[in-house]
Design a binder for this molecule. Sequence first.
Ligand SMILES: Cc1cc2nc3c(=O)[nH]c(=O)nc-3n(C[C@H](O)[C@H](O)[C@H](O)COP(=O)(O)OP(=O)(O)OC[C@H]3O[C@@H](n4cnc5c(N)ncnc54)[C@H](O)[C@@H]3O)c2cc1C
Length: 508
Amino acid sequence: MATMLSILSLVLGLLSFQAIAVPTPFHPRDVSPALPNQRALQNEIGRSLSKKAALYFPGQPEYKNLTTRWAENISPGFFVTVEVGTEDDVATTVKFARKYNIDFLAISRGHGTTKTLSTVKNGIQINLRQLQEITVAADGKTATLGGGVYNDNVVNALHAKGKSSGSGAAGCVGLVGAGLGGGYGRYEGFYGLVLDNIIDMNVIMADGSKKFVSATSNPDLYWAMRGAGHNFGIVTKLTYRIHDEISPTWYLNTMIFKQDKIQPVFKQLNKLIANGTMPARVINYALFAFNPNISTTEPVITINIFYVGSAQDAKPYVQPFLDLKPVSTRSFTTSYPDIFYAAGTGLNDFVCQEPIGSAYLYPMGLQTYNVPVIAQLFQLYADKVKSNPDFSGSNVMLEGYSLGAVKAVDPASTAFAHRDDNILVGFLPRWTPGANLEREAEEWGTKARTLVQSGTNGRPLSAYVNYAHGDEPLEAVYGYEPWRLARLRKLKKRYDPDFKFRFYNPIR
Ligand SMILES: Cc1cc2nc3c(=O)[nH]c(=O)nc-3n(C[C@H](O)[C@H](O)[C@H](O)COP(=O)(O)OP(=O)(O)OC[C@H]3O[C@@H](n4cnc5c(N)ncnc54)[C@H](O)[C@@H]3O)c2cc1C
């Protein structure tokens, strides 16, 4: 009876304020057993949230939309989603979660793949999808971005004004989620990482207080949030440096090679990357994957050479690969926003579909390719995808962005520790959901990591936080110089002593 009353009061509570979406149907069985917390949620934060906010519970279709992730095996556990409409809504929700000692996690675009995200238990999702402001300042030098913006809408809004800046390379990914850990993308040879363009941030801290963070206001947090930001607060808004577009056109040549060409192709990539001195206008991106247009039985090697400018000017960088006789080649000359689609990383392309299946990601930062080891990596990849069709959607990304503007930044000036990596390898086991292959995927990923590390001449593992699997040593993620982790730990103790932000490769 008491339970019936609790449920009734919960439902009445839900109906009693406008801001909350009415849960139809509401299945009490589906929600957390911690009913007192849910009642308090209705009574306390429901009334304090703005009119734009909404609460969603398991069993509601919108709850499912808001909790669907890119990789469905990454599964933070929530009993409610608070879709915030304002900065104050974020603060209110954090204070509520804190009062009742409930886990909470901000979600923007749901592309995070670290398995530490799955350690959220019975928590509150703070969904940022309404925070979509993109305002270009009158002087054209900065833009104000909401905490939930993503690459596609930022790139297009800036392009419409003849502007561009750092962004990730896939349209669907959260710009802030990526930027708090780095933010690699095709324009970084000119503009640096996403985080190199953050001028200031409005941040909700672990106790629900607000801080304005910039080079002169809370400078220690400004340092930490650019590289380890997921550990320190929730960004509701930031000021972003923007630039006049470099070129009206971008060029892309996509060439496909079979395995027999792997060694000459990667030798040529090493020449192009030239130890991190590749010109700012050039980007290379290699991929090991199945391509049924070429072969249904053997995976192939795709080489993308991007150029900020014309096909003619790109020729010196593309021709050496064409000379190696790819089995297929396609080229595009288009605008910067459309290059995302030309490369298959646009908002509506397959890679941006959710969920894409079950997946893990293993990052390895390199300075140069050890060509025989890369050939072995291809073999390790090919053996598995050929022998187990459940893994056939797996791939290996070998990303070679231009780095001039990244290396021009003093490495000590941000918490991002990977400025001397010239290449980012992402090994992505992807498998059919329900196939029960987590352990096999992890064994495979670990093997790939060990193999690649065997070819680095003793350089220790460098693990980009936004690709981290979640089992890497913290030094690999946040830097080996002892002062880095010491500084992060000290700041963590000061700003998050109760370890509330502990779900994204946490600084222990
Ligand atoms: C298909 C795909 C393509 C990718 N491409 C790139 C790329 O080109 N370059 C690159 O650098 N990385 C890339 N990544 C990695 C990407 O940077 C991370 O997955 C990033 O965490 C995704 O952010 P999100 O908002 O989409 O995901 P979410 O899962 O919503 O967020 C990830 C983490 O960021 C935190 N977070 C998000 N928004 C905020 C905020 N406003 N304030 C505080 N914390 C916040 C969340 O709490 C969570 O811990 C890619 C990943 C995928 C799956």
